[in-house]
Each structure stands twice: as structure tokens, then as C-alpha cells.
Design a protein around this ligand. Structure first.
Ligand SMILES: *[C@@H]1O[C@H](CO)[C@@H](O)[C@H](O)[C@H]1NC(C)=O
Ligand SMILES: *[C@@H]1O[C@H](CO)[C@@H](O)[C@H](O)[C@H]1NC(C)=O
Ligand SMILES: *[C@@H]1O[C@H](CO)[C@@H](O)[C@H](O)[C@H]1NC(C)=O
Ligand SMILES: *[C@@H]1O[C@H](CO)[C@@H](O)[C@H](O)[C@H]1NC(C)=O
Ligand SMILES: *[C@@H]1O[C@H](CO)[C@@H](O)[C@H](O)[C@H]1NC(C)=O
Ligand SMILES: *[C@@H]1O[C@H](CO)[C@@H](O)[C@H](O)[C@H]1NC(C)=O
Ligand SMILES: *[C@@H]1O[C@H](CO)[C@@H](O)[C@H](O)[C@H]1NC(C)=O
Ligand SMILES: *[C@@H]1O[C@H](CO)[C@@H](O)[C@H](O)[C@H]1NC(C)=O
Ligand SMILES: *[C@@H]1O[C@H](CO)[C@@H](O)[C@H](O)[C@H]1NC(C)=O
Ligand SMILES: *[C@@H]1O[C@H](CO)[C@@H](O)[C@H](O)[C@H]1NC(C)=O
Length: 610
């Protein structure tokens, strides 16, 4: 079964080894101070984020990642979005209507985020998901926006955490699971004057990652017994890909950073699916599963693979007969990528047929079927290399130098991960991203850390013993002279006798546990109250018109979903904004119909009672 069957065979050495010492070193010593040239500011190590070990999705299977949201933490599973800049979670409405016929719907969607059970949820309002590339693909819906604690990884794994992180709680079925956005762009709301920093930016700001950068590959189920996705924040995993010389500057449009030129597409039997005269630019975007290619190239794929476009479902469905043929042929497809549509450094990414051998399930089709993850793009704003492509490609993106690379994955079972740091250009290291300055391996760092700790521990123990002896002597003396008030006073002026009973003696904790816990309670209580200043933020008249179409426009409920355009009037949010998020989800109806009109048409939640 595809839904959530954890391939547990898979806690194999690779993933165990890949939980490398960087995490360990981090938990002991926040950052490394080993390089002599290092500024005294600690530079943190990159974070290697472990996949959930689940295969998820209704058009996959895809490797998902674990995320904790809210307080107390709710465990959910999400996909990585290389384009998104907020966290999308699924709310219970996403399993109502026709989705209620999906067995185990909540589990299948990676679990709900129940905002009503989180003590730290700060509601914002209802806005569109509004990711520009997805909107260009006709994929958009409304979501309940708010802020809450978001932590990467399963509970107890010590993953990075951000306390006031933007969350869109949605029901949209085109995004079957939630997503975690890697783009450090801030979110702009009409309900807030200030841009809301992204998860990545907040990690960087509080010195949890060395730079605004990441390395990611989606993983796939067809290599070995399945290879999970791999995500490194603030660096990349050199063991996962072949080094190349291709570096691509970011696209001019901030929402289309990872724009790459596809110079050629060739099959393993030397058929050119895209000739050099048909070269085009495409956005690498793991938010969506499919490849959206120019129609003429889709036609070439149809001829090469015997695909037939299903007009009703808007997919290339693959029946058993065709599947057998394709399995026998094992045709691979090579994408030749470069900076420009011709010339320059290029890189070949080859997708074997298995990369296209995927399954569709309800609600995308009535009955589960195989399909070929290719879609016809209407125009050049739609050309996209989705998650399918990232099964065989590793992307390293550096938002501070504004460049990225795409490289072919290498498949070496149980390879130990080699996490490399990308330093911030403004850090003292300034060595570029080769991680040369982190020449000391994770193991060595851990060794040194352990060594240093051991020395400290021995010294502390020795000191404690000496002190204890002294105190015991004093204590004895005090007892002898117990009747003398003066003697008692002198004993309390030295290291006092009750102190030696303190189990925390020698540990550098100035205050006891009680104080700590009361502080926590205070924090939770504070955070559960909506921040008055934020809620009252002026909702209109503060907007810069140029930033217009990137903004989330607050919407009056009776308005349906017009939201594009720079000169769009900005709706007044005042009273309605606060009423909106108090709505019960049940009072809304979702237009769910799975049939004929799916595809281009936007799904949206129809507000009732207005
Ligand atoms: C460390 O770097 C910070 C900012 O990059 C700078 O203000 C500070 O002076 C540096 N300290 C040393 C000891 O170089
Ligand atoms: C939270 O919301 C869900 C779905 O809307 C509902 O089933 C649940 O009872 C609510 N929980 C609480 C504590 O209100
Ligand atoms: C960064 O923030 C997280 C939570 O928001 C906190 O747990 C962590 O200690 C912070 N790190 C630093 C270096 O301040
Ligand atoms: C990258 O460039 C170096 C030096 O120019 C060259 O030796 C190497 O072969 C190139 N690698 C690839 C994969 O093209
Ligand atoms: C399978 O699909 C192919 C192409 O889509 C079609 O030509 C063929 O008739 C189908 N076979 C069956 C048994 O449906
Ligand atoms: C990339 O693939 C194309 C087409 O298959 C081929 O002509 C070219 O030699 C390949 N380049 C490299 C560097 O392998
Ligand atoms: C789906 O499967 C069921 C049972 O196998 C069958 O009755 C139904 O006709 C199928 N629906 C479609 C659209 O193929
Ligand atoms: C591209 O096509 C989509 C879907 O047909 C359409 O909504 C969009 O406006 C088009 N964009 C451009 C720039 O033509
Ligand atoms: C970005 O550019 C720098 C040099 O300007 C280069 O050293 C680095 O490798 C590039 N990074 C990526 C991810 O391509
Ligand atoms: C939000 O506004 C800032 C400038 O204030 C801009 O840099 C950023 O790209 C905007 N975010 C989005 C998602 O458009």
C-alpha cells in the first residue's frame, strides 16, 4: 500500500549514518569555534533534515518529511516546496465532502493540523495560497492563515524550530499533503504592516543555520529498496550528487528563482524530444509533482512512449498493456540543462522509465491507475520541472549569492553523508561554499567536543571533590561548635553547608527547576493570546503598489476569488478580518466535484452565511 506504509526496512545504515555528527555537535556546542580565524561569533553547522520514512501522496509515491506544528506539538507529514515560503498544513475540511470516501483520508493527507487544540496558534485571516507559479498552473485555493510553532522532524529528534511561523491551513485537494517552503522570501499580508519572515530567515537570524541556502533531492521508491528524500539547510550533502561545473544565477523574478534552461531532451534510443531549436526555460519547483512541458514536446513524448492524453481526467493515463510495453522498453529520458538555451556549461539529468512509472489515486481519478507525470503547458509561464524531475536531480540553492546548481544524483547504497557548509558571504570565513574551512570532519568535531567535555567533566569532578572535602571539614567543625552563635555565622559565610546537598552543585544552573518551569508557563500563556499590536495592524493604505501582486489580499467574504492585478482595490479587513477566523469550518461548503470540470477551474471555499 502506498499510503503511509513506512518502509521500515529502511532505517538502513545510510540514514543512520546521515544523522551525522553535525547534529550531535550542535546539541553539545552551538556552532563550531575550532577554526583559529573564526570570529568569536559561532557559525552554526548545517542541519541535515531526516525524511519521514513514509511514502505519501495521491500521485506518487513520494517521500515526505515530518513536521511538528502547534503546542502541544502535532505531528504531520509534508512535502518540500522549493518555491514556497510558508508552511501549508491540511485542515479537517480537507477530508469532508467527497474526500470522506477516501479510506483513511486524514492519514493519507499526512494528518491534520487542528488549530483549535494548539495553545500557541495566532490566527491571521483567510487568504489565497497565492504561490505565483502554482497560480500560473491554475492551482490556488483559500486557506486559513495564522502563526504557530513549526519544528522540522519528528518529536524528540531535536530539529530546528521557529515559534511564530506563518502557516496556511488549507483543504485544497490539488495539494494532497501540506508543504514546507524553503524559499526565504517573507510573506506580506494586508493585515500586517511588516513582512512576516520565513522559517528559513528566522533560522538564519537566530544563528541556527550558517546561511540562507539548502540542498534537496526528492528521493524515489525505485532505487534499491527506496531512497528517501534528503534535505540539508545551510549546506548540502556532497555524497548525494555528482559535482558539476554548472552554476546558474537566480531568475530576475523573485518567485521564479530556480529557472533553468532546458537545451535538449533525448531518449535513450536517441530520439530528440526537444531539439536545440525548441530549447526553453523551465522552473524547478517541487511543490507540484509533474513536468509541465511545451505542447510540441508533449506530442514528442506521446510518440516515443505511446501515451494518450485523457481529456476527461487531464492526465496521461497508462493502462496495463501500455505499462508492460514501457517496462520492457525501459526508455530513459535525458534532460540537458544549462544557464542559457544554448552553449555554456551543461549538465545531463537522466530519468529512467521508473521515474515516470507513478500511480494516481482518488480524488485525481475515480479508480487508482498508473499514469505518466507529464502535463501540457499552455504557455511559457507554466513550464515546470516538478518533483518527478527531482527524483534524479539534486539542487543546491544559495539565496545570499543568488545562484543555484542542478546536478545528477549518484546512487550508492548506504553511502555516508558528507554534509558541506555554505557560509554566508558576510561571514568571516568568506571562502565561498566549498566547506573547505570546515575541513575538520563531523566525526573529528564530535571527537574534539567529547574530548573537551571529558576534560571539563574531570576538572569539575576534581573541584567538586576538593570543595566537598573542605566543606565536610567545616561542617564537622560547625557541629562541634554548634552552640556558639558566632561559629554558626562564620560557617554560613563560607560555602554554606546546605549547599553541598544540592544535586545541582557543579552544574552551571543559576536557578532551580521551579523557576524554569514557571517561565515556560508564562511563555505559553503569553503566546496563546493574540498579539494585540499585530491584530490591530492597519490593514489598508500602507501598501506599496509595486509589491501589489505579491501581496495577500484580505478578502470580503462575499467576494469570491478575484485577487490578481496590481491595481486591485485592497479590501478593508477591519471588523470582518477578526470575524472570519472565528468561523467554524463546518459552515463552509467546498466545491468538490471530481468530474468533468476539474483541471483549470479553481477550487475554492464558498463562504456561507454572509
Ligand atoms: C565578529 O563579526 C562581527 C560581525 O560580523 C563584528 O561586529 C565583530 O567585530 C567581529 N568580532 C571579531 C572579534 O572579529
Ligand atoms: C477541533 O476541531 C475539530 C474539527 O473541526 C473538532 O473535531 C474537534 O472537536 C475540535 N477540538 C476542540 C478541542 O475543540
Ligand atoms: C532559535 O530559536 C529557537 C526557537 O525559536 C530556539 O529553540 C533556539 O534556541 C534559538 N537559537 C538561538 C541560537 O538563539
Ligand atoms: C569542471 O571544470 C574543470 C576545470 O575546468 C574540469 O577539469 C572538469 O572536467 C569539469 N567538470 C565537468 C563535469 O565538466
Ligand atoms: C491501453 O492504452 C493504449 C494507449 O493509451 C490504448 O491504445 C489501448 O487500446 C489500451 N488498451 C486497453 C486494453 O485498454
Ligand atoms: C548529454 O546528453 C546529450 C544527449 O544525450 C549528449 O549528446 C551529451 O554528450 C551529454 N553530455 C554529457 C556531458 O554527458
Ligand atoms: C472503478 O472500479 C469499480 C469497481 O472495480 C467499477 O465498478 C467502476 O466502474 C470503476 N470506475 C471507473 C470510472 O472505471
Ligand atoms: C498562460 O496560460 C494560463 C492558462 O491558460 C493563463 O491563465 C495565463 O494567463 C497564461 N499566461 C500568459 C502570460 O499568457
Ligand atoms: C554561487 O557562486 C559562487 C561564486 O560566485 C560559487 O562559488 C558557488 O559555487 C555558487 N553556488 C552555487 C550553489 O552554484
Ligand atoms: C514581501 O515584500 C518584500 C518587500 O517588502 C519583498 O522583498 C518580498 O519579496 C515580498 N514577498 C512576497 C512573497 O512577494
Amino acid at each position: 500500500m502506498r499510503f503511509g506504509t513506512a518502509a521500515l526496512s529502511a532505517l538502513f545504515l545510510e540514514s543512520a549514518a546521515s544523522y551525522d555528527f553535525s547534529g550531535m555537535a550542535r546539541s553539545v556546542l552551538p556552532g563550531k569555534t575550532l577554526d583559529k580565524r573564526a570570529n568569536t561569533t559561532d557559525i552554526p553547522l548545517p542541519i541535515n533534515v531526516e525524511a519521514s520514512q513514509y511514502w505519501d501522496g495521491a500521485d506518487g509515491p513520494w517521500s515526505s518529511f515530518p513536521l511538528q506544528v502547534g503546542t502541544p506539538a502535532q505531528d504531520i507529514r509534508v512535502f518540500i516546496s522549493t518555491n514556497g515560503y510558508t508552511t501549508w498544513t491540511v485542515r479537517p475540511l480537507g477530508c469532508q465532502g467527497q474526500a470522506s470516501s477516501v479510506s483513511g483520508c486524514e492519514e493519507s493527507r499526512g494528518e491534520f493540523f487542528l488549530t483549535n487544540t494548539s495553545l500557541t496558534w495566532v490566527p491571521n485571516s483567510i487568504f489565497q495560497l497565492g504561490l505565483p507559479n502554482e497560480m500560473a498552473l491554475g492551482l490556488d485555493d483559500e486557506a486559513n492563515y495564522g502563526f504557530d510553532t513549526v519544528t522540522l522532524g519528528w518529536q524528540g529528534s531535536g530539529g530546528p524550530s521557529v515559534q511564530h511561523s506563518t502557516i496556511a491551513n488549507m483543504a485544497y485537494y490539488e495539494f494532497w499533503l501540506g508543504t514546507f517552503g524553503l524559499n526565504p522570501q517573507p510573506a506580506n499580508f494586508t493585515t500586517y504592516t511588516d513582512p512576516q519572515p520565513s522559517f528559513m530567515t528566522q533560522l538564519k537570524r537566530n544563528n541556527t543555520i550558517p546561511s540562507l541556502s539548502w540542498g534537496y533531492t526528492a528521493g524515489n521508491q525505485y532505487r534499491f529498496s527506496g531512497v528517501y528524500g534528503s534535505l540539508v539547510l545551510g549546506g548540502y550533502d556532497q555524497s548525494k550528487f555528482e559535482a558539476t561545473n554548472l552554476t546558474i544565477p537566480f531568475g530576475a523574478d523573485v518567485s521564479r528563482n530556480l529557472l533553468v534552461a532546458v537545451q535538449l531532451i533525448t531518449t535513450s534510443d536517441h530520439v530528440q524530444l526537444a531539439e536545440s531549436s525548441q530549447a526553453f526555460y523551465a522552473l524547478i519547483d517541487s511543490t507540484v509533482a509533474y513536468l509541465y512541458l511545451p505542447e510540441v514536446i508533449c506530442t514528442a513524448f506521446e510518440d516515443a512512449f505511446g501515451l494518450v492524453w485523457d481529456d476527461y481526467y487531464q492526465y496521461y493515463l497508462v493502462n496495463d498493456t501500455l505499462h508492460k510495453t514501457l517496462l520492457a522498453e525501459q526508455k530513459a529520458v535525458t534532460f540537458t540543462l544549462g544557464q542559457a538555451t544554448s552553449g555554456g556549461q551543461t549538465v545531463n539529468i537522466t530519468l529512467p522509465y521508473s521515474a515516470f512509472d507513478l500511480e494516481l489515486a482518488f480524488p485525481y481519478v475515480a479508480n487508482s491507475t498508473r499514469y505518466f507525470p507529464l502535463k501540457r503547458a499552455a504557455n511559457d509561464t507554466q513550464y515546470t520541472l516538478g518533483r518527478t524531475f527531482l527524483q534524479e536531480a539534486y539542487v543546491v540553492a544559495d539565496y545570499e549569492r543568488r545562484n543555484f546548481t542542478v546536478a545528477p544524483c549518484v546512487w550508492q547504497q548506504n553511502a555516508a553523508s558528507e554534509i558541506r557548509t555554505i557560509f554566508s558571504p558576510d561571514s568571516e570565513f568568506g571562502f565561498g561554499e566549498n566547506g573547505k574551512s570546515s575541513g575538520i570532519s563531523g566525526g573529528a568535531i564530535a571527537g574534539i567536543v567529547i574530548g573537551v567535555l571529558a576534560v571539563i567533566a574531570i576538572l569539575a569532578a576534581a573541584l567538586w571533590f576538593m570543595r566537598r572535602k573542605k566543606q565536610q571539614k567545616k561542617y564537622a567543625a560547625v557541629e562541634l561548635e554548634a552552640k556558639s552563635f558566632a561559629a554558626a555565622q562564620s560557617s554560613s559565610s563560607g560555602p554554606s553547608s546546605p549547599m553541598k546537598e544540592d544535586p545541582h552543585a557543579g552544574v552551571n544552573t543559576p536557578t532551580g527547576g521551579e523557576l524554569d518551569s514557571s517561565r515556560q508557563i508564562h511563555e505559553i500563556a503569553g503566546a496563546s493570546k493574540p498579539n494585540a499590536a499585530e491584530m490591530d495592524a492597519p490593514s489598508r493604505g500602507e501598501l506599496d503598489a509595486a509589491g501589489g501582486h505579491h501581496e495577500f489580499y484580505g478578502k470580503l467574504p462575499q467576494n469570491t476569488f478575484e485577487m490578481e492585478g496590481n491595481n486591485e482595490p485592497i479590501f478593508e479587513m477591519d471588523a470582518t478580518a477578526t470575524q472570519l477566523h472565528e468561523l467554524e469550518p463546518d459552515t463552509r461548503r467546498q466545491s468538490w466535484d471530481s468530474g468533468d470540470d476539474r483541471g483549470d477551474e479553481k477550487r475554492y471555499l464558498q463562504m456561507q452565511g454572509y
